[in-house]
Design a protein around this ligand. Structure first.
Ligand code: COA
Length: 243
């Protein structure tokens, strides 16, 4: 059940499913999608019943073909655009979710599609997935964190190669660069995402959240700060479980 127009939000047995749902436009990311994702992610963030999230795209051809080119650079003014962006910090919201988010990627995964996937914790891809960043060809740079998240995931040289050469990656190439964790036949993509979500769901939510925080927050810290964080989170868990 979903009250949204361009995404579908469903919740079943502790797993939340967000489906980008503009298949005729290859699930291109538009302002409406940004607002609906913001709302859905906010609901997830505050919902202790949601233990894991799966993000996927509707239709056969694409997870997401990037920013909607029909809305491209149509914001009335840079000031307004910046203000709207601040008020709808969708990427910050993605990254602030304590529950693990699994991206299930198929077909075209372009521009903001890759950037959305990079905000997720585990990326599964079908063998037909193709990854590309068309931004430089459009005279822009990634606007959804990609210039920062991509090198953190695949390293500086590979990120610059991908951004500056305009080269698209096949699923096996994306796997080799560790842009995705696993490749699956198309038919196995969602069943495998659900199986993984079920596995995560079987663990203590507090431990899962602490692990996610230790890894994701720790990456922005020095090693000694990260070790302190790990200690703090570990102590919190021990106190909670009264061991
Ligand atoms: N924004 C808006 N609409 C988009 C879109 C986008 N980013 N990507 C695809 N679409 C629309 C197409 O306009 C087309 O609509 P139509 O059927 O009303 O004409 C529909 O989705 C299907 O796309 P089509 O181009 O016919 O499919 P294809 O398989 O031939 O090509 C792509 C697929 C992804 C190679 C091609 O659509 C493309 O290059 N899209 C733009 C990618 C891009 O530059 N994204 C911006 C990143 S910043």
């Amino acid at each position: 059940m979903s009250a949204f127009e361009v995404i579908i939000y469903e919740k079943q047995d502790g797993i939340a499913y967000i489906t980008l749902n503009r298949p005729k436009a290859l699930n291109a990311y538009n302002i409406r999608m940004r607002d609906e994702l913001y709302e859905a992610l906010g609901a997830i963030k505050d919902d202790p019943d949601v233990r894991v999230v799966i993000l996927k795209g509707a239709g056969e051809k694409a997870f997401c073909a990037g920013a909607d080119l029909t809305e491209f650079l149509t914001a009335p003014s840079p000031v307004f655009a910046r203000q709207a962006r601040f008020e709808r910090d969708i990427w910050g919201r993605f990254l602030s979710i304590e529950q693990p988010v699994i991206a299930a990627l198929h077909g075209y995964v372009l521009g903001s599609g890759i950037e959305m996937a990079l905000c997720c914790d585990i990326r599964l891809a079908s063998d037909d997935a193709q990854f590309g960043l068309p931004e430089p060809g459009l005279g822009i740079i990634p606007a959804a964190g990609g210039s920062q998240t991509l090198p953190r995931v695949i390293g500086r040289a590979a990120a610059l190669d991908m951004l500056l050469s305009g080269r698209w990656l096949t699923a096996p190439e994306a796997l080799k660069l560790k842009l995705v964790n696993r490749i699956l036949p198309r038919a196995a993509l969602y069943p495998e995402a659900i199986k993984l979500a079920e596995k995560i769901k079987s663990y203590s939510p507090a431990a899962v959240s602490a692990i996610k925080q230790a890894v994701t927050r720790g990456l922005d810290m020095t090693l000694s700060e990260g070790l302190e964080l790990e200690k703090r989170l570990g102590r919190g868990l021990t106190a909670d479980t009264k061991l």
